[in-house]
Design a protein around this ligand. Sequence first.
Ligand code: GLA
Length: 385
Amino acid sequence: MTSVAALHRDVFGAAASGVWSAPGRVNLIGEHTDYNGGLVLPIALPQRTCAACSPRGDRVLRVHSAQVGETVEVDLDTVGVGTPTGWTAYVAGVLWALAEDGHAVRGMDVTIDSDVPFGAGLSSSAALECAVGAAASDLFGLRLLFDDASRATLAAACVRAENEVAGAMTGGMDQSAALLCRADHALLLDCRSGETEHVPFDLASTGHVLLVTDTRAEHELNDGQYGERRASAEQAAAELGVSSLRDVDPAGLDDALASLSDDVLRRRARHVVTEIARVREAVAALRAGDLDEVGRLFDASHASLRDDYEVSCDELDVSVEAARSAGALGARMTGGGFGGSSIALLPADAVDAAEAAVVAAFAEHGWDAPRCFPVTAGSAAHREA
Ligand code: GLA
């Protein structure tokens, strides 16, 4: 990663103007709530995507990826809904979205290197968008890293790149996490009002660890399932006469559910409304230092995602069960689901046993070995050099 500037010089024959980076994320709790105007509670990962960049005088974007090992050239005037396709959509899309917002952006030479696992539900695409967005902000004088309000504006442009150019109708949590999180804190984001709170999250001080398991089960957000969940949630809100499921009062949930037209919509709505309530409870438990309660909420969230929202999969369920059997206070899938990663809250002295239990359970099922790694709460997108 430290060599991204050197790689840039090799590929493009001139030094980069600077290096910017943005983190992946795990969401502690509040899953599939962002596009329902709900609450989310992500942390930034220590794993980051770095972008060495130089501005150009013309409207050409040249991007080299150390992971893909190729350089792609894009004429910015051809970028739009659905174009280009593939990984360059996340880079070109950000410049397109900033231009759509009225910012004067030009072409860039960009070299990407990343240690955010790809396709693991850890928001490698948002890390890529936000690293490039941060670079564009500084290089073109847009001042979008200036404070939380301007960072939220940049996050919105990155969401637009993902929704419109890359064609994944994701909700915005990932880009907000990459641009607004603070080290040693979780970000409580109200996706309806945009309000944020930084909730202290320093497990090491109490001898605990957050263990991520990348199940390596395939995870795609633009394969239809994610969009289908989003459409169901919108339909449930429409039938209830509210603009989003955030507006359903948990106290009146049973009555609201009874008025929905079918059982699938009832279960989808129940997940969203109860999950938003669990975020509030988790924040209170974290502030009170009650990690047993945080673990209980992780478990309840997983059950709701598995049974009501139906976005888990065998690999996620097995990883969660194995971590619990080895002493986790709680465990759950994180991110969009259908594969990707889970998280487990563990006493530090149980981490090795939990990892061994997860690896053994996967071997028993004949699945590829998962990758387990502990994480701490990292920092948002910034200029590295
Ligand atoms: C993906 C999306 C987010 C969010 C989560 C589920 O990560 O990118 O916007 O909807 O799924 O909570």
